[in-house]
Design a protein around this ligand. Sequence first.
Ligand code: HEC
Length: 151
Amino acid sequence: MKKLSLILTGILTALILIGSAYAKFAKPSEAIQYRKAVMVLIQQHFKEMGAVVKGKSDYDKETFSANADVLKMLATLPWEAFTTSGSDKGKTSMSSSVFKKKAQFLELTENFETATAELAATAQGGDLKAIRGQFGKVAQICGSCHKNFQK
Ligand code: HEC
């Protein structure tokens, strides 16, 4: 489990560096690729936690916490890529309502960042019941954003 944490920490560090150093997009297609990649990572870590929450995988505090920390970090990364102009066209399922209702979109991204940070904090406490509740809140925000901003 220590090993997994180390690997995840490594990914995290790499993402922080990439996130702060390179997240400026020369073309809309780059923004699209970037945000889809982050969503795929989000999905993977969220799915692993979801299996635990649903009782399909065993609960291991350290592994769950490591996944929650990665999600918290990932949740801060892609929003500039979503609001890059022209990126509602091309190989994307993002709706142009992101531009038309930008304030609403940004509010959801903030809620998501807060909720994933709370999930990471709750995960450190190791109370599975509390974790389940907070996981549910995060899942609701995924759903709400997809419902409003995916075509
Ligand atoms: C604030 C808005 C928002 C939140 C929060 C959000 N998503 Fe997304 N997500 C999107 C949009 C918009 C797209 C479409 C991106 C595109 O096609 O360019 C997307 C795409 C995806 C995709 C498809 C990626 C691909 O390869 O095309 C997956 C999987 C995904 N989201 C999972 C999640 C999960 C799981 C969560 C919650 C843990 C989440 N998303 C939270 C807005 C959001």
